[in-house]
Ligand binder design. Structure first.
Ligand code: PBG
Length: 347
Protein backbone atom coordinates (compact mmCIF):
# COMPACT_ATOMS: atom_id res chain seq x y z
CA UNK A 1 0.00 0.00 0.00
CA UNK A 2 1.37 3.42 -0.88
CA UNK A 3 1.20 6.12 1.77
CA UNK A 4 1.27 9.85 1.41
CA UNK A 5 3.96 11.73 3.30
CA UNK A 6 3.91 15.49 2.81
CA UNK A 7 3.93 16.14 -0.93
CA UNK A 8 5.88 13.04 -1.89
CA UNK A 9 4.27 9.78 -2.71
CA UNK A 10 6.58 7.21 -1.26
CA UNK A 11 5.92 3.47 -1.31
CA UNK A 12 5.87 2.58 2.37
CA UNK A 13 7.50 -0.81 1.73
CA UNK A 14 10.74 0.90 0.74
CA UNK A 15 11.77 1.75 4.25
CA UNK A 16 9.18 0.15 6.44
CA UNK A 17 10.62 -1.58 9.50
CA UNK A 18 8.73 -3.35 12.25
CA UNK A 19 10.17 -3.30 15.71
CA UNK A 20 9.30 -6.87 16.75
CA UNK A 21 10.43 -8.71 19.86
CA UNK A 22 9.24 -11.98 18.29
CA UNK A 23 9.90 -13.07 14.72
CA UNK A 24 8.60 -16.66 14.47
CA UNK A 25 9.88 -16.94 10.89
CA UNK A 26 13.45 -16.98 12.31
CA UNK A 27 12.85 -20.63 13.16
CA UNK A 28 11.55 -21.52 9.73
CA UNK A 29 14.40 -20.11 7.65
CA UNK A 30 15.81 -23.28 6.21
CA UNK A 31 15.22 -27.01 5.99
CA UNK A 32 17.72 -27.83 8.71
CA UNK A 33 16.18 -25.63 11.34
CA UNK A 34 12.72 -26.77 10.34
CA UNK A 35 13.75 -30.40 10.77
CA UNK A 36 15.30 -29.57 14.15
CA UNK A 37 12.06 -28.17 15.40
CA UNK A 38 9.65 -30.71 13.99
CA UNK A 39 7.15 -31.58 16.73
CA UNK A 40 5.52 -34.62 15.21
CA UNK A 41 7.42 -37.40 13.49
CA UNK A 42 5.88 -40.46 11.88
CA UNK A 43 7.59 -43.82 12.30
CA UNK A 44 6.75 -47.36 11.16
CA UNK A 45 5.84 -48.36 14.72
CA UNK A 46 2.93 -45.90 14.65
CA UNK A 47 0.99 -48.01 12.20
CA UNK A 48 -1.36 -50.96 12.25
CA UNK A 49 -2.04 -52.44 8.81
CA UNK A 50 -5.60 -53.59 8.11
CA UNK A 51 -5.62 -56.66 5.85
CA UNK A 52 -8.45 -58.57 4.17
CA UNK A 53 -8.34 -62.36 4.00
CA UNK A 54 -10.19 -64.80 1.75
CA UNK A 55 -10.46 -68.56 1.55
CA UNK A 56 -8.86 -70.75 -1.06
CA UNK A 57 -5.66 -70.57 -3.05
CA UNK A 58 -6.66 -67.96 -5.62
CA UNK A 59 -4.87 -64.85 -6.78
CA UNK A 60 -5.15 -61.65 -4.74
CA UNK A 61 -8.51 -59.98 -5.40
CA UNK A 62 -8.14 -56.23 -5.85
CA UNK A 63 -10.78 -54.17 -4.06
CA UNK A 64 -12.05 -51.87 -6.80
CA UNK A 65 -12.75 -48.86 -4.62
CA UNK A 66 -9.43 -49.17 -2.75
CA UNK A 67 -6.51 -48.95 -5.22
CA UNK A 68 -3.53 -50.98 -4.03
CA UNK A 69 -5.58 -53.05 -1.58
CA UNK A 70 -6.36 -56.70 -2.31
CA UNK A 71 -8.02 -59.51 -0.44
CA UNK A 72 -5.40 -62.19 0.15
CA UNK A 73 -5.56 -65.92 0.65
CA UNK A 74 -3.96 -67.18 3.85
CA UNK A 75 -0.64 -68.01 2.21
CA UNK A 76 -0.29 -64.55 0.69
CA UNK A 77 -1.51 -62.99 3.93
CA UNK A 78 1.32 -64.67 5.82
CA UNK A 79 3.81 -63.35 3.25
CA UNK A 80 2.41 -59.85 3.61
CA UNK A 81 2.63 -60.07 7.40
CA UNK A 82 6.27 -61.15 7.20
CA UNK A 83 7.01 -58.17 4.94
CA UNK A 84 5.22 -55.75 7.27
CA UNK A 85 7.09 -57.08 10.28
CA UNK A 86 10.41 -56.67 8.44
CA UNK A 87 9.49 -53.07 7.69
CA UNK A 88 8.88 -52.36 11.36
CA UNK A 89 5.08 -52.32 11.33
CA UNK A 90 4.24 -53.83 14.72
CA UNK A 91 0.66 -54.96 14.17
CA UNK A 92 -1.99 -56.01 11.69
CA UNK A 93 -5.78 -55.86 11.88
CA UNK A 94 -7.33 -58.83 10.11
CA UNK A 95 -10.74 -58.82 8.44
CA UNK A 96 -12.32 -61.86 6.76
CA UNK A 97 -14.28 -61.69 3.52
CA UNK A 98 -16.59 -64.67 3.57
CA UNK A 99 -18.18 -66.41 0.64
CA UNK A 100 -21.85 -65.44 0.53
CA UNK A 101 -22.78 -69.09 1.06
CA UNK A 102 -21.24 -69.03 4.54
CA UNK A 103 -23.29 -66.07 5.72
CA UNK A 104 -26.61 -66.28 7.52
CA UNK A 105 -28.85 -64.03 9.59
CA UNK A 106 -27.22 -65.20 12.83
CA UNK A 107 -23.65 -64.84 11.58
CA UNK A 108 -22.95 -68.30 12.97
CA UNK A 109 -19.68 -68.71 11.05
CA UNK A 110 -18.23 -66.19 13.50
CA UNK A 111 -18.10 -69.02 16.05
CA UNK A 112 -16.74 -71.70 13.74
CA UNK A 113 -13.47 -72.88 15.28
CA UNK A 114 -12.22 -73.76 11.84
CA UNK A 115 -13.50 -70.54 10.29
CA UNK A 116 -11.43 -68.42 7.91
CA UNK A 117 -10.36 -65.73 10.36
CA UNK A 118 -9.20 -68.19 13.02
CA UNK A 119 -7.21 -70.20 10.47
CA UNK A 120 -5.65 -66.97 9.27
CA UNK A 121 -4.73 -65.91 12.80
CA UNK A 122 -3.12 -69.26 13.59
CA UNK A 123 -1.10 -69.19 10.37
CA UNK A 124 0.15 -65.63 10.92
CA UNK A 125 0.97 -66.22 14.59
CA UNK A 126 2.93 -69.32 13.71
CA UNK A 127 4.92 -67.64 10.94
CA UNK A 128 5.55 -64.25 12.58
CA UNK A 129 5.04 -64.64 16.33
CA UNK A 130 6.39 -61.16 17.15
CA UNK A 131 3.79 -59.42 15.02
CA UNK A 132 0.81 -58.26 17.09
CA UNK A 133 -2.50 -59.43 15.73
CA UNK A 134 -5.73 -57.57 16.28
CA UNK A 135 -9.07 -58.74 14.94
CA UNK A 136 -12.45 -57.13 14.66
CA UNK A 137 -14.94 -58.64 17.05
CA UNK A 138 -18.21 -57.90 15.26
CA UNK A 139 -20.65 -59.88 13.18
CA UNK A 140 -20.91 -57.81 9.99
CA UNK A 141 -18.65 -59.99 7.81
CA UNK A 142 -20.75 -63.01 8.81
CA UNK A 143 -24.37 -61.82 8.51
CA UNK A 144 -26.46 -61.85 5.35
CA UNK A 145 -28.01 -58.52 6.35
CA UNK A 146 -24.59 -56.95 6.97
CA UNK A 147 -25.40 -55.67 10.44
CA UNK A 148 -22.85 -55.92 13.21
CA UNK A 149 -25.12 -58.06 15.36
CA UNK A 150 -28.04 -60.46 15.33
CA UNK A 151 -31.53 -59.05 14.94
CA UNK A 152 -34.50 -59.14 17.30
CA UNK A 153 -37.46 -61.42 16.51
CA UNK A 154 -39.31 -58.44 15.02
CA UNK A 155 -36.17 -57.70 12.91
CA UNK A 156 -36.50 -54.04 13.72
CA UNK A 157 -33.39 -53.74 15.87
CA UNK A 158 -30.06 -55.36 16.58
CA UNK A 159 -30.48 -57.48 19.71
CA UNK A 160 -27.86 -55.80 21.89
CA UNK A 161 -27.50 -58.33 24.66
CA UNK A 162 -27.71 -61.47 22.56
CA UNK A 163 -25.10 -59.95 20.24
CA UNK A 164 -22.77 -59.21 23.16
CA UNK A 165 -23.07 -62.85 24.28
CA UNK A 166 -21.89 -63.98 20.84
CA UNK A 167 -19.05 -61.44 20.84
CA UNK A 168 -17.81 -62.85 24.17
CA UNK A 169 -17.53 -66.35 22.68
CA UNK A 170 -15.96 -64.90 19.57
CA UNK A 171 -13.34 -62.98 21.57
CA UNK A 172 -12.36 -66.12 23.47
CA UNK A 173 -12.00 -68.09 20.22
CA UNK A 174 -9.84 -65.31 18.80
CA UNK A 175 -7.65 -65.27 21.91
CA UNK A 176 -7.26 -69.05 21.74
CA UNK A 177 -6.15 -68.79 18.12
CA UNK A 178 -3.44 -66.28 19.05
CA UNK A 179 -4.96 -62.81 18.75
CA UNK A 180 -3.06 -60.39 20.98
CA UNK A 181 -5.61 -57.59 21.05
CA UNK A 182 -9.29 -58.05 20.26
CA UNK A 183 -11.06 -55.06 18.77
CA UNK A 184 -14.79 -54.98 19.44
CA UNK A 185 -16.08 -52.74 16.69
CA UNK A 186 -19.85 -53.03 16.81
CA UNK A 187 -20.71 -50.28 19.35
CA UNK A 188 -23.15 -52.48 21.31
CA UNK A 189 -23.68 -51.43 24.93
CA UNK A 190 -21.74 -53.30 27.60
CA UNK A 191 -19.56 -55.26 25.21
CA UNK A 192 -16.19 -54.24 26.65
CA UNK A 193 -16.99 -55.29 30.22
CA UNK A 194 -18.57 -58.55 29.12
CA UNK A 195 -15.67 -59.42 26.81
CA UNK A 196 -13.12 -58.57 29.51
CA UNK A 197 -14.89 -60.89 31.92
CA UNK A 198 -15.12 -63.73 29.40
CA UNK A 199 -11.44 -63.44 28.50
CA UNK A 200 -10.43 -63.39 32.17
CA UNK A 201 -12.66 -66.39 32.95
CA UNK A 202 -10.81 -68.35 30.28
CA UNK A 203 -7.40 -67.21 31.59
CA UNK A 204 -6.80 -64.76 28.78
CA UNK A 205 -6.09 -61.87 31.12
CA UNK A 206 -3.15 -60.92 28.88
CA UNK A 207 -5.28 -60.52 25.80
CA UNK A 208 -5.87 -56.81 25.31
CA UNK A 209 -8.98 -54.96 24.23
CA UNK A 210 -8.80 -52.13 21.74
CA UNK A 211 -12.27 -50.64 21.95
CA UNK A 212 -13.81 -48.93 18.97
CA UNK A 213 -15.21 -46.44 21.49
CA UNK A 214 -15.90 -43.48 19.28
CA UNK A 215 -16.99 -45.12 16.08
CA UNK A 216 -19.10 -42.74 14.07
CA UNK A 217 -21.85 -43.64 11.64
CA UNK A 218 -19.73 -42.50 8.76
CA UNK A 219 -20.12 -42.48 4.99
CA UNK A 220 -16.34 -42.98 4.79
CA UNK A 221 -16.75 -46.75 5.39
CA UNK A 222 -18.17 -47.29 1.90
CA UNK A 223 -15.11 -48.88 0.25
CA UNK A 224 -14.52 -51.19 3.25
CA UNK A 225 -18.03 -52.53 2.88
CA UNK A 226 -17.15 -53.45 -0.71
CA UNK A 227 -14.04 -55.16 0.60
CA UNK A 228 -15.83 -57.39 3.15
CA UNK A 229 -19.16 -57.49 1.34
CA UNK A 230 -21.25 -55.92 4.12
CA UNK A 231 -22.64 -53.12 1.97
CA UNK A 232 -26.21 -54.27 2.35
CA UNK A 233 -26.82 -52.94 5.87
CA UNK A 234 -25.73 -49.48 4.86
CA UNK A 235 -28.52 -49.32 2.32
CA UNK A 236 -31.37 -50.68 4.43
CA UNK A 237 -33.64 -48.02 5.76
CA UNK A 238 -35.67 -50.23 8.12
CA UNK A 239 -32.66 -50.56 10.38
CA UNK A 240 -29.66 -48.33 10.14
CA UNK A 241 -26.19 -48.59 11.65
CA UNK A 242 -27.09 -45.21 13.18
CA UNK A 243 -28.87 -47.18 15.91
CA UNK A 244 -25.48 -48.28 17.21
CA UNK A 245 -22.74 -46.11 15.68
CA UNK A 246 -22.33 -42.52 16.88
CA UNK A 247 -23.94 -39.51 15.27
CA UNK A 248 -21.12 -37.56 13.54
CA UNK A 249 -22.55 -34.42 15.13
CA UNK A 250 -21.90 -35.58 18.69
CA UNK A 251 -18.76 -34.86 20.66
CA UNK A 252 -20.13 -35.26 24.18
CA UNK A 253 -21.70 -38.57 23.29
CA UNK A 254 -18.33 -39.78 22.01
CA UNK A 255 -16.71 -38.82 25.30
CA UNK A 256 -19.44 -40.70 27.15
CA UNK A 257 -18.69 -43.85 25.14
CA UNK A 258 -14.97 -43.54 25.80
CA UNK A 259 -15.63 -43.10 29.53
CA UNK A 260 -17.79 -46.21 29.65
CA UNK A 261 -15.28 -48.32 27.73
CA UNK A 262 -12.47 -47.23 30.05
CA UNK A 263 -14.59 -48.11 33.09
CA UNK A 264 -15.38 -51.47 31.54
CA UNK A 265 -11.71 -52.29 31.05
CA UNK A 266 -10.60 -51.12 27.60
CA UNK A 267 -6.82 -51.02 27.14
CA UNK A 268 -6.78 -48.84 24.03
CA UNK A 269 -9.47 -46.39 22.95
CA UNK A 270 -10.13 -45.99 19.25
CA UNK A 271 -11.59 -43.12 17.28
CA UNK A 272 -12.91 -43.84 13.81
CA UNK A 273 -12.79 -42.35 11.19
CA UNK A 274 -9.68 -40.33 11.97
CA UNK A 275 -9.16 -37.35 9.66
CA UNK A 276 -12.62 -35.89 10.08
CA UNK A 277 -12.61 -36.48 13.86
CA UNK A 278 -9.32 -34.92 14.95
CA UNK A 279 -11.10 -32.95 17.67
CA UNK A 280 -12.33 -36.19 19.22
CA UNK A 281 -8.85 -37.74 19.08
CA UNK A 282 -7.41 -34.72 20.86
CA UNK A 283 -10.10 -34.64 23.49
CA UNK A 284 -9.77 -38.32 24.35
CA UNK A 285 -5.97 -38.00 24.38
CA UNK A 286 -6.22 -35.17 26.93
CA UNK A 287 -8.87 -36.89 28.97
CA UNK A 288 -7.34 -40.35 29.40
CA UNK A 289 -3.88 -41.76 30.01
CA UNK A 290 -4.64 -44.86 27.94
CA UNK A 291 -3.25 -45.15 24.43
CA UNK A 292 -5.47 -43.73 21.72
CA UNK A 293 -5.77 -45.41 18.32
CA UNK A 294 -7.27 -43.74 15.27
CA UNK A 295 -8.54 -45.56 12.21
CA UNK A 296 -7.90 -43.78 8.94
CA UNK A 297 -10.72 -45.60 7.20
CA UNK A 298 -11.22 -46.84 3.68
CA UNK A 299 -12.94 -43.69 2.40
CA UNK A 300 -10.13 -41.48 3.69
CA UNK A 301 -7.66 -43.67 1.81
CA UNK A 302 -9.69 -43.89 -1.37
CA UNK A 303 -10.39 -40.18 -1.66
CA UNK A 304 -6.68 -39.43 -1.64
CA UNK A 305 -6.14 -42.00 -4.39
CA UNK A 306 -9.03 -40.62 -6.42
CA UNK A 307 -7.89 -37.01 -6.25
CA UNK A 308 -4.31 -38.01 -7.06
CA UNK A 309 -5.47 -40.06 -10.04
CA UNK A 310 -7.25 -37.00 -11.39
CA UNK A 311 -4.05 -35.03 -10.94
CA UNK A 312 -5.73 -32.75 -8.42
CA UNK A 313 -3.62 -33.56 -5.37
CA UNK A 314 -0.04 -34.65 -4.80
CA UNK A 315 -0.40 -38.25 -3.59
CA UNK A 316 2.80 -38.52 -1.52
CA UNK A 317 2.38 -35.18 0.19
CA UNK A 318 -1.29 -35.54 0.99
CA UNK A 319 -0.78 -39.07 2.29
CA UNK A 320 1.95 -37.84 4.62
CA UNK A 321 -0.01 -34.80 5.76
CA UNK A 322 -3.15 -36.83 6.43
CA UNK A 323 -1.23 -39.17 8.77
CA UNK A 324 0.79 -36.42 10.38
CA UNK A 325 -2.43 -34.61 11.29
CA UNK A 326 -3.81 -37.72 12.96
CA UNK A 327 -0.67 -38.20 15.01
CA UNK A 328 -0.46 -34.51 15.88
CA UNK A 329 -4.05 -34.63 17.09
CA UNK A 330 -2.91 -37.19 19.67
CA UNK A 331 -3.14 -40.67 18.18
CA UNK A 332 -0.56 -43.12 19.53
CA UNK A 333 -1.47 -45.69 16.89
CA UNK A 334 -2.91 -45.29 13.42
CA UNK A 335 -4.74 -47.99 11.54
CA UNK A 336 -4.14 -47.14 7.91
CA UNK A 337 -4.12 -48.78 4.51
CA UNK A 338 -0.99 -46.71 3.82
CA UNK A 339 0.94 -48.61 6.54
CA UNK A 340 3.22 -50.58 4.25
CA UNK A 341 4.09 -47.75 1.86
CA UNK A 342 4.72 -45.41 4.75
CA UNK A 343 6.89 -47.91 6.60
CA UNK A 344 8.98 -48.41 3.44
CA UNK A 345 9.40 -44.71 3.12
CA UNK A 346 10.24 -44.02 6.75
CA UNK A 347 12.50 -46.95 7.43
C1 PBG B 1 -17.43 -53.10 11.08
C2 PBG B 1 -16.26 -52.34 10.62
C3 PBG B 1 -16.30 -51.35 9.63
C4 PBG B 1 -15.00 -50.89 9.47
C5 PBG B 1 -14.17 -51.60 10.35
N1 PBG B 1 -14.99 -52.49 11.07
C6 PBG B 1 -17.41 -50.87 8.77
C7 PBG B 1 -18.77 -50.66 9.27
O1 PBG B 1 -18.98 -50.29 10.42
O2 PBG B 1 -19.67 -50.89 8.46
C8 PBG B 1 -14.65 -49.83 8.50
C9 PBG B 1 -13.23 -49.66 8.17
C10 PBG B 1 -12.96 -48.86 6.96
O3 PBG B 1 -13.83 -48.20 6.38
O4 PBG B 1 -11.78 -48.87 6.55
N2 PBG B 1 -17.28 -54.05 12.02
Amino acid sequence: MACVIADNILPMSDNFKLDLPQRPRRLRRNATIRAMLEETILRPADFIAPLFVIDGKGEPEPVKSMPGVSRLNIRDLVKECRALHKLGVPAVALFPKLDAKFKNAEGSKALDEDGLILRAVRAVKKAVPELMITTDVALDPFTTHGHDGVLTAAKDDVDNDRTVGILCDMAVLHAQAGVDIVAPSDMMDGRIGAIRESLDDEDFENTGIMAYSAKFNSAYYGPFRDAVGSAKAAGTNVLSKATYQLNPANRREAMGEATLDLEEGADIIMVKPAGTYLDIIREIRDFSDKPVAAYQVSGEYSQIHAAAKLGWLDYDKVRHESLLAIKRAGADLILTYFAKEMAKLLK
